[in-house]
Design a protein around this ligand. Structure first.
Ligand code: UD1
Ligand code: CA
Length: 459
């Protein structure tokens, strides 16, 4: 769609969240509320995406700087004088703009791109100066009520706090998503803060446009869940539950077994292959794909990771990693930060792998730390092996060649290279490179001495 720009209103403090963080930075399924809205509008490629920030804007600024949110023009609302006043701040960017202006509250995370398109299309088709996205709900409490006359022609929006008892019974609510034509700026100039909260309400632009003789239209969203606004932590958790339940149903339909659906967390974007089994207590966060025939068991936490087919994860913490097929992790392993576990790898009890590649058929069975390492194929890492990767200032690399055997309780002081088919004796501290095919022992030789008080003349 061409010729439209977007303004997202995100300057409010979100007092009802009772938080030191701006409301729009609270996460729904691991993603800030604001980012949900940005993602939904970005795919439509608007001419301009203007974001109005205000209360604790630096939190949002820092987040945007580190995210892939595209080209966003930020304007600031210094004092939070209401949603209408927030929108006025976009004038400095859009004053000469002639296309449609789509305005969204930043706290409606589930809004769909297709719904936004239908709003713009409706505004153009009907020749209206504004189109409001409206929802019907049995529980309209807290929302602005929409006064519609003659079919779809909107007269005004009345806020909960300003509504009469009769108006409060209206079940058509304002979703906080609007499409305006260029008459928006004229209407905004006429806003007055003559309401209970003494704020400049964006919602009053509707009555103003009507007074100016302009047409205002509405589009009713089919599923009111899509426009659920989040003002409180209760609402945040309700939407979280809604998303989770929808996702779980989809996964069950698609051939995944989830043993106890009330006792798992699965992010809205998770991909899980058929015949995988998710046991109670599992947390699958944002950015996870799990292959077919996998078993995820115990209180495992998995985030931003790819797990190959027929892999097993037991009671483990897995984040930012790639795991190939037939890998066994756990119980109680920590696999993190850009690690890759290739086919048939096993990382077991109380072992940690960080920023390392472990190649096919290698085993790290017990109590080991493998950091900043390249581990070849078919390597056996004995219990208690530690890569000493940090000298207090920088991290160093350890390389272990294929088919090497690292005995138990070995320290590999990095930087160090262990060749292929090397045997490192148990208890060694290895500080120098070991060539392929050799045996390395780096430990104090055992001595047998006489005990004090031992009178026998034995060695
Ligand atoms: C708003 C609507 C209400 C609608 C509901 C839908 C108004 C006056 N009311 O109510 O009709 O049913 O959304 O969810 O708009 N904001 C600023 N600066 C401010 C005040 C608010 O940028 O000074 C932003 C907020 O960050 C938020 C949006 O405007 O994204 C709406 O504000 P909020 O306080 O959440 O309004 P609601 O009471 O939910
Ligand atoms: Ca709101």
């Amino acid at each position: 769609m061409k010729n439209f720009s977007v303004v997202i209103l995100a300057a409010g403090a979100g007092k009802r969240m009772k938080s030191s963080l701006p409301k729009v930075m609270h996460e729904l399924s691991g993603k800030p509320l604001l980012k949900w809205v940005i993602d939904s509008v970005s795919v439509l490629r608007p001419d301009n995406l203007v974001l109005v920030l205000g209360w604790r804007a630096e939190f949002v600024g820092d987040f945007l700087a580190g995210s892939d949110s595209g080209d966003i023009k930020v304007v600031y609302q210094k004092e939070q004088l209401g949603s209408g006043h927030a929108l006025m701040q976009a004038w400095e960017i859009l004053r000469d703009y002639r296309g449609d202006i789509l305005v969204l509250n930043a706290d409606v995370p589930l809004i769909k791109s297709s719904t936004l398109l239908s709003l713009i299309e409706n505004n153009r088709r009907t020749g209206a100066s504004a189109t409001v996205l409206v929802a019907r709900t049995d529980n309209p409490f807290g929302y602005g009520r929409v006064i519609i006359k003659n079919g779809s022609c909107l007269e005004k929006i009345v806020e909960e706090k300003d509504a009469t008892t009769v108006e409060k019974r209206i079940k058509e609510i304002n979703s906080g998503v609007y499409c305006f034509d260029k008459n928006l700026w004229r209407a905004l100039l006429k806003l007055k803060p003559d309401n209970v909260r003494e704020e400049y309400y964006i919602t009053d632009t509707i009555a103003v446009l009507r007074e100016l003789g302009k047409k205002v239209s509405s589009v009713v969203v089919e599923d009111s869940c899509e426009v659920k606004g989040i003002n409180t932590r209760i609402e945040l958790s309700e939407v979280e539950r809604m998303l989770k339940e929808k996702k779980i149903k989809e996964l069950l339909d698609d051939g995944v077994t989830i043993i106890d659906t009330d006792n798992v967390y699965i992010s809205y974007d998770a991909k899980i292959g058929i015949d995988s089994i998710i046991y109670p207590g599992v947390f699958i966060g944002i950015g996870v794909s799990i292959g077919k025939n996998c078993i995820i068991k115990g209180s495992s936490y998995i985030r931003n990771s790819r797990i190959g087919d027929a892999s097993t994860i037991l009671y483990s913490y897995v984040e930012d990693v790639v795991v190939n097929e037939k890998v066994k992790i756990g119980p109680f392993s920590h696999i993190r930060q850009n690690s890759v576990l290739k086919k048939n790898v096993k990382v077991g009890n109380f072992s940690e792998v960080k920023e390392s590649v472990v190649s096919e058929n290698s085993k790290i069975g017990h109590l080991s730390y493998i950091g900043d390492s390249q581990v070849g194929e078919g390597v056996n890492i004995g219990a208690g092996t530690i890569t000493c990767n940090y000298d207090g200032i920088v991290k160093h690399e350890t390389v272990i060649g294929s088919r090497s055997f690292i005995g138990s309780n070995v320290n590999l002081v990095a930087p160090v290279r262990i060749g292929e088919s090397v045997f490192v004796a148990a208890g060694s501290t290895i500080t120098h490179d070991v060539p392929s095919g050799k045996l390395a022992i780096g430990r104090v030789r055992q001595e047998i001495k006489k005990k004090s008080g031992d009178t026998k003349n034995s060695p």
